[in-house]
Design a protein around this ligand. Structure first.
Ligand SMILES: Nc1ncnc2c1ncn2[C@@H]1O[C@H](COP(=O)(O)OP(=O)(O)O)[C@@H](O)[C@H]1O
Ligand SMILES: [Mg+2]
Length: 467
């Protein structure tokens, strides 16, 4: 607590101290009978009064200066009223200027520190500053989200138990060079990071000695894996018919050289294998083309009535071979959709072809187009209002629930052997999904085992004014 002395508390002792020599002389003179005691008393009082009068102003100034000094670092001390003139007034104005500059500088420093904190917190990668004993000096927001809120002062090993990262941190803190090591975050959703540990060149005020950052490479790893899987799948799909072809060529050149019956049989198989390779290469090309164009949606109006009619006509023979009936239903006032004729043809060819292939022998495949009030959420708020849907319904065995989310992955089939036997490439639905995405539409797959499947494509329509 700062002392709050009243000027009068000091006034009396100081007055007495200053008057003491004169009072002592008067007292001595009275003692020696040089002057009358009454005169000595009167003189003493006069000396006291005169001294008091003389020092009053200076005492007040001194007290004011003292309060002023105290008020510099004590916010509880009220702003003092200093004399308008004199040395205390000068001192006060100098100090006031000093204080203003000092406060401004302090505010700037706080702002700088605050903005550094904000910059650190807005970094997408988790970041930790460590002192020489491996304790956390600072952690940004993403680091706190990843490792927990109270990280300050904690040893890194208490919340990060990865020996490789801890070893690398140890090396850097011991004066070694910067390091990079992979790190997998624990938790229900595994994430893969690249942990970087860098020594800080100059020891910072907060004792930070090393900087530890984590760069999330989960998506990159996933894409890498998908690419590797895709190449492996595509080469496998191409190798199988190639192996069959070369086997038959060898047979035709060797043991079956002069067997006319075998020639016809083998050539038919070879023809089927080359068609299969052609289909596969065409599907692969379609897929890469649509992936390239996916960000530029089509803009032309397309009449689905004509398009669906020509697709069903084209597949009529295939349906008949399975004794299936195709029923197409399009309302007369169906609005046109915004689309690409070739891609829409391919979408419905794939879906109707699947419905025939995986449908019931002697069953019905229904293709129904409709105008609907609202499409699914995935379409985007504008495109889903008042759009068009086309549903392809079959009466086949249906698809088990666990397969539904994966059907549109490349080369994913419920029954690979069956799909291959029927000439499938396993790419049809992947192509459909990408083409529907390019149209800013949506694909919905519903299926009940033993009843059949429904594949619905939602497409944005051309607005009434033709835009
Ligand atoms: N209408 C359907 N009924 C049952 N299963 C289907 C249907 N459509 C697709 N599937 C399943 O989805 C898989 C992937 O389809 P798709 O990509 O068109 O490949 P493909 O037809 O070449 O096998 C098929 O292999 C099949 O298992
Ligand atoms: Mg297919």
């Amino acid at each position: 607590m700062p002392s709050t002395k009243n000027p009068s508390d000091r006034f009396l002792p100081v007055t007495l101290a200053l008057s003491a020599p004169a009072l002592a002389i008067l007292f001595l003179l009275a003692l020696l009978h040089q002057i009358h005691a009454g005169v000595a008393l009167g003189g003493g009082l006069a000396v006291l009064a005169a001294t008091g009068l003389m020092i009053r102003k200076h005492m007040a100034e001194l007290m004011a200066a003292e309060t002023l000094a105290r008020s510099l670092d004590d916010a509880a001390v009220p702003p003092l009223t200093v004399p308008q003139q004199g040395w205390v007034a000068d001192l006060a104005s100098d100090l006031a200027r000093l204080r203003t500059n000092w406060s401004r500088e302090l505010r700037t420093q706080y702002a700088v520190a605050g903005s550094h904190e904000t910059v650190l917190d807005s970094l997408p990668d988790p970041l930790l500053l460590l002192d020489e004993k491996r304790r956390v000096v600072r952690a940004n927001l993403t680091a706190r989200k990843l490792f927990g809120r109270d990280l300050k002062e904690r040893d890194l090993a208490q919340f990060l138990r990865d020996p490789e990262v801890l070893d690398a941190v140890g090396t850097v803190l011991a004066g070694g060079p910067g390091q990079e090591v992979p790190f997998e975050s624990p938790g229900s959703v595994m994430r893969i990071f690249l942990a970087r540990i860098e020594p800080l060149p100059v020891k910072a005020l907060d004792n930070a000695k090393a900087l530890l950052t984590f760069h999330d490479i989960t998506a990159l790893k996933r894409i890498e894996q998908m690419r590797a899987d895709f190449v492996a799948n595509a080469s496998h799909e191409l190798r199988t018919p190639l192996a069959t072809l070369s086997g038959f060529i060898e047979t035709l050149q060797g043991p079956a050289k002069d067997d006319a019956e075998a020639h016809d049989k083998f050539l038919a198989i070879m023809h089927e294998q080359t068609s299969r390779m052609t289909r596969l290469v065409q599907d692969l090309l379609s897929l890469s083309r649509v992936e390239l164009n996916e960000l530029t949606p089509p803009t032309s109006p397309v009449d689905l009535r004509e398009l669906l009619q020509s697709v069903t006509d084209g597949l009529d023979l295939t349906a008949k071979s399975k004794q299936e009936i195709l029923i197409l239903s399009v309302p007369p006032n169906l609005p046109r959709v915004i689309g690409d004729t070739d891609e829409l043809t391919q979408i419905f060819q794939n879906l109707i072809d699947n419905a025939i292939k995986y449908g019931r022998l002697g069953g019905t495949v229904t293709i129904e187009a409709r105008r609907i009030e609202k499409g699914p959420m995935t379409m985007g708020s504008e495109a889903r209002q008042d759009c068009v849907s086309v549903t392809v319904v079959d009466e086949g065995e249906g698809i088990a629930k666990e397969h539904l989310p994966r059907l549109t992955e490349r080369f994913y089939r419920v029954d690979t052997a069956r799909s291959r036997a029927m000439g499938g490439t396993g790419l049809g639905l992947a192509i459909v999904k990408h083409m529907v995405n390019r149209h800013r539409g949506a694909l919905q797959i519903e299926s009940t085992q033993g009843v059949g499947s429904r594949f619905t494509v939602f497409l944005p329509r051309v607005s009434d004014d033709g835009q």
